[in-house]
Design a protein around this ligand. Structure first.
Ligand code: ZN
Length: 132
């Protein structure tokens, strides 16, 4: 039997309005731990200041060597306490985070090379890549 969708977060950190949630990222979240700290790929764990829900922030940059305008992508996805602990402890690998998308939604922010930024809620498993 399929488990029901887990409940995550509050209206501030996980509300319907993607733009509002994105705008709240700067002040609404407390940085908790760096998991990967690279210039083209970084993963960190943040915590909502209102409800203490933890989120993983995945930043990927794909350098376009021909031009200066690099494609960048950010995914913000909630984690259960056990997942956050595993990610920080190293038992949950960053590249395996994509599988967690199957039972929850995530905020995706895309800056494609040469195009305008796009922001939307997404769901389903996804692929985490290390960027380059
Ligand atoms: Zn919250």
């Amino acid at each position: 039997m399929r488990r029901p969708m887990a409940a995550f977060g509050c209206a501030t950190c996980y509300g319907e309005d993607a733009q509002a949630v994105w705008r709240g990222q700067r002040e609404g979240f407390e940085h908790e731990s760096d998991v990967v700290d690279g210039s083209h790929f970084s993963v960190d764990v943040r915590r909502c200041r209102d409800c203490s829900q933890r989120f993983v922030w995945i930043f990927t940059e794909l350098v376009d060597w021909m031009g200066g305008d690099d494609a960048r992508h950010v995914t913000v996805m909630p984690l259960t306490p056990a997942e956050a602990t595993g990610l920080i402890a190293g038992t949950l690998r960053p590249l395996d985070l994509g599988a967690l998308g199957r039972d929850r939604r995530r905020l995706d922010h895309d800056w494609p090379t040469g195009g305008p930024a796009a922001l939307h809620w997404d769901s389903g498993a996804f692929r985490v890549t290390e960027g380059r």
